[in-house]
Design a protein around this ligand. Sequence first.
Ligand code: AGP
Length: 612
Amino acid sequence: MCGIVGYLGNKKAYPILLDGLLKLEYRGYDSAGISTIENNHISILKDKGRVNNLASLPDINKLSGTIGIAHTRWATHGKPSRENSHPHMDNSNTFSVVHNGIIENYQELKNFLMSNGYHFISDTDTEVIPNLIHYYYEIDKSNNNRFLHAVSSAIKNLKGSYAIEVICKLHPDTMIVARKDSPLVIGKGNHENFVCSDIPAILSYTKSFYLLNDGDIAELFVDNINFYNDSLEPISKELKNIDWDTSAAEKDGYDDYMLKEIHEQPKAIRETMGSRLKANEPCNFDDLSLTEEYLKSINKIYIVACGTAMHAGLATKPIFEKLCNIPVFVDIASEFRYRNPIIDKNTLCIFISQSGETADTIAALKLSKAMKAKTLAITNVIASSITREADYTIYTHAGPEIAVASTKAYTSQVTLLSILAIYFAETLKVDKEEIIFSLKNDILQLPQKIESILKNVNTIKEFAHQICTEHDIFFLGRGTDYSVAMEGSLKLKEISYIHSEAYAGGELKHGPIALIENGITVIGIITDANLVEKSISNIQEVITRGAKTFIVTNQDLGNHTFNEVVRIPDINPLISPVLSIIPLQLLSYYISKAKELDVDKPRNLAKSVTVE
Ligand code: AGP
């Protein structure tokens, strides 16, 4: 969940490292630090707080080294403090390390090192790594590449996940990096090399990247990089070009990334549709090679993910079931992985992850593969870890999503899954041409319809100001509107810190209505003509008990006394989540702004949850 950056070249390292850290801050922001080498000495500057705090430390300009490593932290072991911030050094101040991930056996390693005379300054799991490297460096004196061998021997002892960068004052022209179950890429420049946990950090310096696989180690010099596998055998790597637009990772005039990303949704969805969807042609997923015979052989589909990505699964379960007649189960990855799910070769498991790095989702995928199910990953990040594990990968192409609260990733996931459901139905030759034709047209119109919602935000803004001081808010919906209620509620919690709950309308009288009292806010989503009367009855029931109501709808609701109604364009309820979530994203955003909170970096959260 932390962000790491590294640089070696001919320029001063620290400004490049700070710039990279600022772009990675969404991965964690409770402390930050930098190490550089100057005159065979490692300098460290680190502190709790955000990257700007680090940048304002008086000694920052003294870091003159041209090789350096940097870290922005999301605390796992040890509270945010200077001692617990990265980089960490070994006891002899020879090695400096930044680490993303969790070392599960750190206590055992700490005991071993302490019995060999080492002592520890921090409460972190990471501090064992530089000391372990030092331990192997000292016992392997005859080796002619001691630094590389010491790192390799040290990481062989680590259980858990890691992406590490290591520098050594005795090898001032070398950086060693390694990864297992945590993201790490190397950017190749002109007489300079970069390392980062996430491509946007260095996109303004290079678009050429080497992607490391689990177990890989790289030894970097200014003009050369050597790659090794986990047995230290040399391996070759292909240089990949990532053609993301640099401005995609900048705010581009918006106050916050979240607002920018909300407004990018029409474009993101156009990119997601790409060449896959045309009104009068079968959907195109040539890259999948899932045959009619295979699709006929599957007896269930599992969609597994976390958070918002899981809500995208819930939103699209109905379209798969309606079009393909295959039962779909949607599960939370952290539950699925420990539950002995009943899956086999006749199960298709779909894993959704914007980042492609979510630890639980990847573990669930590995489990499914081991149980012989076919695995399909849906992700936004090219060559992310999940793509290296799945049998098939399809990309949402929504562009980088920086704000911690996911917006455009959700709508492009729902769009892509809906197109996939249509593709499955076409491959299975189901006799549903009429609905398929109309759904395709509806999906093709999504971008314009989102644009029209984004033009009318005043009602949402005003309501946000009315309710921004509340403590409890309820969301109600039925069918796909219920899945949107869950996503709307998650968005609100994440960035406004207001407690909220989402309920299926029909569940109201089974308990939650006891919570409704005078003045409480209830947000209703009503987009399905077949359920409109039932949903209105639920809303009436809460109005009778004094609730204030905010309704997102495309239905004719007749004469009722709702406090605010936001109308969205008409659309088939099977894909209405792509539209009905937009006012709820905006509502959360404006509440967060009204409370003067940090919209992009909400407390306690990080963008990618790369640890359990
Ligand atoms: C969304 O707003 C959240 N920040 C979070 O729930 C997120 O969707 C979840 O952590 C899954 O992330 P992923 O899509 O990168 O796997």
